[in-house]
Design a protein around this ligand. Sequence first.
Ligand code: ATR
Length: 289
Amino acid sequence: MIDGHTRTCGLIGNPVEHTMSPVIHNSLAEKLSHNLVYVPFKVEEGQILSAVEGAAALNLLGLNVTVPYKSQVMEGLVQVDELAKKIGAVNTLVRTEGGFKGYNTDMPGLYRAMRSEGIELEGEEAVLLGAGGAARAVAFLCADRGASKVYMLNRSLEKAREVAGEVNQKTGRECIYPMALSDYRELPDRKFLAIQATSVGLYPDVDRSVIEDRDFYRKIHTGYDLIYKPSTTRFMKLVKDNGGQAFHGLKMLLYQGIIAYELWNGVSVSEEMALEVYEILKEKMGIKE
Ligand code: ATR
């Protein structure tokens, strides 16, 4: 029941119409009997700073931030968490005295999702496909969590070099190796964890993967695609067809939301409850596996 005590959280971005975040947060609020609602707020170009100021004035408890404002929003915050600063992107705003503090829960979310599937990063040799915003954050996560080597393959080698250099420098570890996507045959002959962080294969572009060659997929023991629509990407299919296990990115979405919810409410959500919300999320999206 919405009443005078109801706290409001929400998502700011543009577009916001397809977001699944209200499902995550409103389910958690219901399960935990919190008097809280979560709503989407579409913010027009040029309005992000007034939106943040307005949210503070309206006493909103917290916000998620999505495309295209994850970097721009930082200017309107009173504080930015160290990890978010390193990554250069904020997806969660938490109310503090005087304004909002920014966090990045996407990477801890991916980490928790991987852990929940039994995937390790510590000591792993990984292949990371892409060097865009998402791949950059994954590279930070891998470096931070002790991956031994990460081959960052990107269509533009220049961009991979730039991102790898920055991550290596900021984490003080020389573990990210930039490579041109077309040079994938030069990867050592062993089995890797592969993380797919390009936009290739995302709905409606469902019939494509950045690499088609079976010889590449024979080197993958586990494939993790950040895409969750479709729930089986061509990349995932190729990994499975060649003997590996493959996962889509819906659990990452789930856990980035759960970590934001924990920050806003000072609670910790059990794995059992997380999986209950995951079932609701899958049902809403018509995903079976
Ligand atoms: P995001 O925020 O989702 O990471 P992005 O920053 O635009 O989006 O990055 C998109 C990534 O997908 C990049 O790594 C891009 O490669 P380039 O840096 O070479 O552009 C990759 N990508 C997009 N379309 C691609 C395609 N057709 N083939 C190969 N890589 C592609």
